[in-house]
Design a protein around this ligand. Structure first.
Ligand code: NAD
Length: 357
């Protein structure tokens, strides 16, 4: 299938191929939808086996950004960049500057920052060539570590789950199993510990999880077993694609609520969870705290931590709205989230027919 067919299938607006031979930069930028505002999305660097894979990834990721920004009420559209290369071997400061030159040339149609394979420090370099860079370290005028608001957003999301299931946000004595205690998972574990939850922690880096478990009086569980522990809430904070035909029947939780991106392997998995009576907090909403922070760096009134906090807290209300819609319409929570976003895009598109002059 050709590129235009792929774009039509996903509803994409624009795809751009970037090539800078002096630094070896090969990248693709995709704009999915800019109804709500300029494209905002990270830059991923990955050693794709073939260029088709890079294109497929950037189309999928940019579409995800449209939904994520709309779901938490940000005036940004969905876009993403992927660099085709191995971040361990191929990435250089010059390559990041070359990317910055291209981003600058887009004159504010695209804002970008870190994703898998790139770091805030890489973008401090790119920012020497472009003013349209976000997610910088605090020392460079950015909002700093985005895992802080992400973990807080997941905590509020878990409170929403508790509210929906048990009619109280109180997490005292609730058993929560966390898969992956990296940047987000470890911070989430501390919030939950403070709220009195009983924790089961796991990480492929066993020493990391054991240390945190000891500190918080939690139980360590091996990575093979964490998904299938009897618990109230399972919180995937490691990898995507973990909820599927084989894993879902074996879950022993009442809800799934975690930071990992793309937790459902396919759309049907949302319905599989629904049929099992497991409440699923759609990943792109519960993990939007980091995006909220990055978007705030672009507010014309300047970056404000208090506003980031308030918008992150609102993730709880967004999820409660989605849970209610899912119940009312008998659709999965993932479908309810998509429906709300699509209605919002249609409304904003329609109202923008009014010209302000
Ligand atoms: P991270 O790399 O710091 O942490 C991930 C942790 O998971 C690591 O400690 C890793 O060892 C562990 N892990 C990997 N495979 C595992 C397995 N099979 N079982 C148990 N542990 C495993 O990443 P992070 O920033 O904490 O992000 C976690 C997830 O949340 C990712 O899916 C990421 O895409 C998503 N996310 C992060 C942010 C953010 O602001 N950092 C924002 C939105 C979404």
């Amino acid at each position: 299938m050709g590129i235009f067919d792929e774009m039509a299938k996903g509803g994409h607006e624009q795809v751009m191929f970037l090539r800078e031979p002096a630094t070896g930069l090969k990248a693709v930028v995709a704009f999915h939808n800019t109804i709500l505002g300029p494209g905002l999305g990270g830059t991923r660097m990955y050693p794709y086996a073939r260029e088709e894979e890079a294109l497929e990834d950037v189309l999928r990721l940019s579409k995800g950004m449209t939904y994520k920004a709309a779901a938490v009420d940000l005036d940004f559209g969905g876009a993403k960049c992927v660099i085709w290369g191995d971040p361990q071997k191929d990435k250089t400061p010059e390559m990041m500057r070359a990317l910055g030159r291209f981003v600058e040339g887009l004159k504010g149609r695209f804002y970008t920052g870190t994703d898998v394979g790139t770091t805030p420090e890489d973008f401090a370099v790119a920012a020497r060539e472009s003013q349209y860079i976000v997610g910088l370290p605090k020392a460079y005028g950015g909002g700093g570590d985005s895992s802080v608001p992400t973990a807080l957003g997941v905590f509020y999301g878990i409170q929403a789950v508790a509210q929906a299931l048990w009619r109280t946000p109180d997490l005292k004595g609730r058993r929560v199993a966390i898969q992956g205690v990296g940047k987000v998972g470890a911070k989430l574990a501390r919030h939950l510990h403070e709220a009195g939850a009983e924790l089961l922690l796991s990480d492929v880096n066993e020493a990391r999880a054991q240390k945190l478990a000891q500190e918080l009086g939690a139980q360590y569980v091996s990575p093979d077993e964490i998904l299938y522990q009897p618990c109230d809430i399972l919180s995937p904070c490691a990898l995507g694609g973990i909820l599927h035909e084989e894993s879902i029947p074996r879950l022993q939780c009442q809800a799934v609520a975690g930071s990992a991106n793309n937790q459902l392997k396919e759309a049907e998995d949302g319905r599989r969870l629904q049929r099992r009576g497991i409440l699923y907090a759609p990943d792109y909403i519960i993990n939007a705290g980091g995006l909220i922070q990055v978007a705030d760096e672009l507010d014309p009134r300047g970056f404000h931590e208090e506003r980031v906090l308030a918008k992150t807290k609102a993730i709880k209300e967004s999820l409660l709205q989605i849970f209610a819609l899912s119940k009312e319409k008998g659709i999965s929570t993932a479908e309810a989230a998509d429906r709300l976003v699509e209605e919002k895009l249609a409304t904003i598109f329609a109202l923008r027919k009014v010209q302000p002059f």
